[in-house]
Design a protein around this ligand. Structure first.
Ligand code: ADP
Ligand code: TRP
Length: 334
């Protein structure tokens, strides 16, 4: 029997942070045991905001090295660059013809930009390029091109997945045939929104992230910046409302979490102690992956080879899909 297919992408807009890791990378890697996994670097999506070629190239290597350091096995799963699979853009053009403009008007990222412009009394279109406006169509193409059954992502991508389903259904409906497989978002409840240093969603756009691969000292410095309330050392504390504990839970075993809750509730533990405990748990998990990352990122040729081989295989799969789709749509040759 054919394996089910998992697809996901990460934008090369900086070293992935622990929100990306727990929300998308780790769940995606766990799927590779049972699923046919197709994971990529969404470099065309990044181009909407990153206009410096050196930087984009560097960040592409960083995301590729992250996938590999975290355990993606290129012999078993596909890893590729979106830009090296041009069939994605064939499919994007097809999907455009079935995407109502009104659907794009409702997309969160676009709406957030509009709201920001309004607040700053700027023109509503200020800083809105067509890449941002039609972002969900390109993302739908990434997913539908590879017949994804599941798409492991964080909660912030749920709307994009709903739009992907809407677009695919409208095509299937028009041709009265399941030309495109309807994918399902895979969003883990416990890690759907990892919080950042300030308690908001961890995001590069909020500048509140803890990047996965920082030198130990820098990582400790960031952990010490996590926002807390002004309770004194002696006071009893509530772990459930604490930003430090929310992050601690991601790294600690259930037993360790229980122990930490007891320390919180007993009083006598200051925020500095809680931060130190979090830092130590993080270091335990991250330091072996960081070591691999440092090795991989220093060998760009190795990364290039892996991405070239992965992209070639991805193109073969994609070309077949595009050809059969074009035939169905009346875009084929006799
Ligand atoms: P960012 O918001 O920092 O720009 P990306 O948009 O590149 O991150 O996200 C890549 C993947 O990581 C997506 O699947 C996204 O849902 C997931 N992700 C991002 N931030 C978080 C978070 N704070 N918690 C859980 N998942 C997240
Ligand atoms: N939009 C995703 C993000 O901002 C990245 C992405 C692009 C993606 N294409 C995808 C995720 C396809 C899953 C599937 O994080």
């Amino acid at each position: 029997m054919n394996k089910k297919i998992a697809v996901t992408g990460i934008k090369p807009t900086g070293i992935p942070h622990i929100g990306n890791y727990f929300g998308a990378i780790k769940p995606a890697l766990e799927l590779t045991k049972e699923y046919d996994a197709r994971y990529f670097i969404a470099d065309y999506h990044a181009l909407n905001s990153i206009k410096d070629p050196k930087l984009l190239q560097e960040m592409t290597y960083e995301v590729a090295a992250t996938w590999l350091a975290c355990g993606l096995n290129p012999k078993r799963s596909l890893v590729y660059r979106q830009s090296q699979v041009p069939e994605t853009f064939d499919l994007t053009s097809i999907l455009m013809a079935f995407t109502p403009k009104g659907l794009m008007n409702r997309a969160h990222a676009y709406k957030a930009k509009l709201a920001e412009n309004e607040e700053l009394k700027r023109d509503p279109d200020d800083g809105v390029n067509m890449g941002l406006f039609s972002y969900p169509v390109l993302m739908a193409a990434d997913i539908l091109l590879f017949d994804a059954d599941v798409v492991p992502v964080g909660k912030d991508q749920a709307q994009h997945l709903e739009m992907t389903v809407d677009i695919a259904q409208s095509i299937n409906h028009n041709y009265q045939k399941e030309l495109l497989k309807i994918p399902q978002a895979l969003i883990r409840k416990q890690t759907e929104t990892v919080i950042g240093l300030d308690g908001r969603k961890m995001s590069k756009s909020y500048d509140n992230t803890i990047p996965l691969f920082l030198p130990t000292k820098k990582m400790r410095k960031l952990v010490m910046k996590i926002v807390t309330n002004s309770q004194t050392v002696e006071e009893r504390k509530d772990p459930e409302t604490c930003n430090i504990f929310a992050l601690y839970k991601l790294f600690a075993t259930p037993k360790e979490q229980e122990k930490m809750k007891i320390r919180y509730r007993a009083g006598g533990m200051g925020w500095g102690h809680a931060k130190q405990a979090l830092f130590e748990k993080m270091e335990e998990t991250i330091s072996p992956i960081r070591k691999k990352y440092d090795e991989i990122i220093s060998d760009k040729q190795y990364i290039d080879e892996i991405l070239a081989a992965g992209s070639q295989k991805a193109r073969e799969i994609a070309a077949e899909k595009i050809q059969s789709l074009k035939n169905e749509l009346g875009l084929g040759t006799a």
